[in-house]
Ligand binder design. Structure first.
Ligand code: FEO
Ligand code: CA
Ligand code: CA
Length: 689
């Protein structure tokens, strides 16, 4: 607590609530950002008539508001009559303690910290003896996404013997995965994203004006993601298995395949890769999601910050990035001084090879990760999957910058649980859509309907575009079709119980024109939208605002928590800047925040944390705090083990920009160590209930 006498300096909060887009390039003014709602709707109606083959055709405007919240007949009924009532943990008060706070009866284990060796050969972390080669085998920096996967014995055996996943084990895994993913498993694989680095928190004596070549190379290796094996002990604690053949790092220099429609395209070719089929590294991996066949979707978010000299890029390569530009001159990181491909004056097309959803199979260390270009190029934050009735697969994704959009991809092929190998390339062919949120029957009631607008040359508005142009300049195509600019769409999650889609909108202090789905001017604390489709292949949806964040005790915050009429009496916690999401197996939504301490114009003054909110039943909207993080540290990647007896999260940039006597989680005083954390109940029962 006394640490807090060192008040954090907002000027040091370099990445601006993780909304890097706000301070870095990439938020170039959009043609439709300030457009009055009426004209958006007028355009919408005329455009609707144009849309070829659209199933929407006016039908979305006649749904009665009372029907908007009704569960769709296609959706599975919640397993329990009133799941919210089962959340019985004691609310954690808002605070700014120097350590993680969880409810009484719970314990916190730190599983991995930045620099921890991931293989038997990797050196132990030594802050004064860092090297790129060591970092490439150690847990990376700034942990974000966390995903848990059960590890069946036959898969472990197959990889143990061959070093890669055999065909029979792969087929068996496809059959077993959906069931095992919701059960107890004593062996598991966990993926953790390493979103970005900050030299000042990594290197004692760091000079940000002149980073050394060695420091730059270490930072490149500290990016990407880690896949690690964890083993559950009899004491209920997960422990990292350093000798596991599944442990691996993908860094900012690891070869990754370019897959989908942009593979081999002229704008994807560089001097090092004249065929346009392989790129080095995945960068700024933020949130992500799991596919139904048990692979990882890890998302490249603020990739613009790594490149320099966009001003030298011309012609077609420039045109596809006008809406997502890199810095005109030098980058803040100065990687271009050390690694030539980050200098766009020398390698203009390298920039086109970032900004994608990357799919990787955690079960097969023998296969490379793949950039799935069919899902478009923007600042991807999350990727959530849902299977349609006909077997096609929808992937929902947000573009995290102010006034950007929410997208959905629907695969052309269908999911086949009997053929996991075939599922592995399902995301290379399909159709991309972007969301337009409409008013519905009544204006100002925090609900409405909407349509998914097709982003392909089949849409008459995009008849002059090629598919490749659309996938490279996805924001530009979404502008053209009239998508709804949102208040920073971050993580997106699908409820496994109901199929409803939840979208975290972190904040948007620059909003001057409210609309139905982003109703607050200068939205300081963010909101969460619930999107309801009968089937994920549908082009029409209904939506409502589940939570308008803020402090329920402060009237000016104009909060909303489901349909709770007296949030103070209901014991609802103050919350700001919702970011990453996950559901527990009762369907309750768990929310991680990013930037609460400085949220809004006057600050919120509490550490980031984890909050749980029932979304069905009488307790819908009764949001309460479960965990409080550490000063300066964003809480990321909320995730549950299959049996819901462990809750995982990551603490990103602990003590960012602050001078503290002790830097959680170690006694180290010079560098910050982002970490993977597990929370368990001391009585071994399910989290929260
Ligand atoms: Fe990496 Fe949008 O947070
Ligand atoms: Ca984040
Ligand atoms: Ca409405």
């Amino acid at each position: 607590m006394d640490d807090k006498t060192h008040a954090p300096n907002p000027d040091n909060f370099r990445w601006d609530n993780d909304g890097t887009a706000d301070v870095l390039p990439g938020t170039a003014t959009r043609p439709t950002a300030g457009e009055p709602l009426a004209s958006v709707i007028d355009r919408a109606i005329s455009r609707r008539a144009l849309l070829k083959g659209s199933a929407v055709a006016g039908a979305t405007l006649v749904i009665a508001p009372s029907a908007l919240l009704a569960p769709s007949p296609a959706a599975a009924a919640p397993r329990h009559r009133d799941p919210g009532s089962r959340l019985t943990f004691e609310t954690v008060p808002p605070g700014n303690e120097p350590d993680i706070v969880v409810p009484p009866g719970y314990s916190v284990d730190i599983l991995l910290r930045w620099g921890d060796p991931l293989t038997p050969a990797a050196p132990e972390f030594d802050v004064d003896q860092q090297s790129p080669a060591a970092q490439a085998q150690q847990f990376g920096f700034n942990a974000d996404l966390v995903l848990w996967y059960p590890l069946p014995r036959l898969v472990a055996r197959s990889v143990g013997i061959r070093g890669r996943l055999g065909a029979i084990a792969n087929r068996s895994l496809g059959l077993l995965y959906p069931r095992l993913a919701t059960q107890t498993s004593r062996h598991a694989l966990v993926v953790v994203n390493h979103e970005y680095t900050s030299g000042v928190d990594m290197f004692p004596g760091y000079d940000s004006a002149a980073p050394t070549a060695e420091q730059v190379r270490i930072e490149i290796e500290a990016h990407g993601f880690s896949i690690v094996e964890l083993r559950l002990g009899d004491d209920g604690r997960w422990r990292f298995e350093r000798g596991s053949p599944f442990n691996r790092r993908s860094t900012g220099s690891t070869p990754i395949e370019i897959a989908g429609p942009l593979r081999g395209h002229a704008l994807m070719r560089t001097s090092a890769d004249p065929d346009g089929v392989e790129v080095l590294g995945s960068l700024n991996n933020c949130a992500g999601g799991k596919t139904p066949w048990g692979t990882i979707l890890t998302c490249e978010e603020n990739f613009d910050q790594y490149f320099a000299n966009f001003t030298a890029v011309t012609g077609a390569s420039r045109a596809v990035s006008e809406r997502i530009p890199a810095p005109d001159g030098a980058s803040e990181r100065r990687w271009e001084d050390v690694v030539e491909r980050f200098d766009l004056a020398k390698e203009p097309n390298e920039y086109n090879r970032f900004g994608y959803v990357v799919e990787v199979d955690p079960y097969d260390p023998g296969t490379p990760a793949k950039k799935r270009t069919a899902l478009g190029r923007f600042k991807h934050e999350g990727a959530a999957a849902r299977i349609a009735r006909d077997g096609r697969v929808a992937i929902y994704s947000g573009d995290d910058a102010r006034f950007e959009y929410v997208y959905k991809f629907v695969s052309a092929g269908t999911y086949d649980r009997f053929d996991r190998a075939a599922n592995l390339d399902l995301l290379d062919r399909g159709t991309l859509y972007v969301a337009r949120f409409d008013v519905g029957d009544v204006a100002g009631d925090d609900m409405g309907d909407g349509v998914w607008l097709e982003l392909s040359p089949e849409n008459p508005i995009l008849a002059d575009w090629t598919l490749e142009q659309i996938l490279l300049d996805t924001r530009g195509a979404a502008d053209a079709v009239g998508a709804t600019p949102m208040d920073r769409p971050e993580d997106v999650e699908v409820s496994p119980q109901t199929g409803k889609v939840y979208i975290a909108l972190t904040n948007n202090s620059r909003r001057t024109e409210p609309d139905e789905a982003n109703p607050r001017i200068a939205n300081e604390h963010g909101h969460i939208i619930e999107l309801i489709e009968d089937d994920p292949a549908d082009l029409a949806f209904r939506w409502n605002i589940l939570v308008k964040c803020g402090d329920p005790a402060v009237a000016e915050h104009e909060t909303r928590f489901g349909d709770v009429t007296d949030p103070i009496a209901a014991g609802i916690s103050p919350i700001a800047d919702p970011d990453n999401l996950v559901h527990d197996d009762d369907g309750n939504l768990w929310i991680a925040t990013d930037g609460q301490y400085f949220s809004g114009s006057v600050g919120f003054g509490q550490n980031d944390g984890i909050f749980a909110v029932p979304v069905e039943g009488t307790d819908r909207g009764r949001l309460r705090q479960f965990l409080s993080g550490v000063p300066g540290g964003e809480v990321c990647g909320p995730e549950f083990s299959g049996d819901n007896k462990t809750f995982f999260c990551a603490i990103q940039h602990p003590h960012d920009g602050e001078a503290f006597a002790k830097l959680w989680p170690t006694d180290e005083t010079r560098v910050s160590r982002p970490s993977l954390v597990a929370v368990r109940r001391n009585d071994g029962r399910k989290i929260g209930r």
